[in-house]
Design a protein around this ligand. Structure first.
Ligand SMILES: *Cc1c(COP(=O)(O)O)cnc(C)c1O
Length: 217
């Protein structure tokens, strides 16, 4: 538990997998956490954070950015097209580009603003009805479509089904990324980030194992 422990475990997983030390980026998922816990992690020197809601992020990160330099913010939750412009102003990366309509909206705003966050395309590797993302069979076409829109696609993202072995999903995502020439792999959470690193994750999204269980309500 805690930032230092997770950093150590990431370093060990990199070594075990024969990966370059420091090649995996830790996104500390701060959604719903009390500000005091987030501040404590900032004071330990960590600067890369993830949020799953635009509104919640807009409420807390501008203040933190005034106090702490070099904060990098990643959106990891679903994005409605009508919040795309706000999200693009707030986040350095968006991991939840999950449908052509959203990609087109982001492309239009990027043209207008002259800038765009790094993008990860979400793949619904478990083909779950309630989950966002394109199905694996549609992923190559979606990557091509986003590239045709001139979007800065850095990689792919997935959230495996809760009741399945995540490694199968990580391996599938890695395979789709490789055949599309994408180097970024956003995969792995508190319970499975070491397995994700073994299969090539470049970005792990870890919340409760750093901050403690999320306090809701
Ligand atoms: C909340 C969340 C995480 C972090 O989950 P933990 O189990 O707390 O590590 C990672 N990715 C996404 C998309 C999330 O919504």
């Amino acid at each position: 538990m805690g930032l230092q422990d997770i950093n150590d475990r990431i370093a060990n997983a990199e070594t075990d997998a024969g990966r370059v030390p420091g090649s995996v980026k830790l996104i500390a998922v701060s959604k719903v956490q009390p500000n005091a816990r987030v501040q404590a992690v900032l004071e330990q020197g960590h600067r890369c954070f993830g949020e799953n809601k635009v509104q919640e992020a807009a409420g807390k990160w501008p203040d933190f950015r005034e106090t702490f330099e070099g904060i990098e913010l990643h959106l990891i939750g679903p994005l409605q097209t009508n919040k795309a412009r706000q999200a693009m102003g707030l986040f350095d990366a968006i991991h939840s580009v999950d449908r052509p309509k959203l990609a087109k909206t982001i492309a239009r705003i990027a043209q207008e603003e002259g800038q765009c966050p790094d993008l990860f395309l979400q793949v619904n590797t478990g083909e779950e009805e309630q989950k966002a993302g394109v199905f694996p069979a549609d992923a190559d076409a979606f990557v091509a479509e986003c590239r045709a829109l001139d979007l800065p696609v850095k990689g792919l993202m997935c959230i495996p089904p809760v009741d399945e072995e995540p490694s199968l999903h990580f391996a599938l995502l890695a395979k789709i990324a490789e055949r599309n020439g994408l180097s970024g792999l956003s995969m792995g959470m508190s319970s499975d980030f070491e397995r994700a690193i073994a299969l090539g994750a470049t970005h792990v999204r870890v919340g409760s194992a750093i901050f403690g269980e999320r306090v809701v309500g």
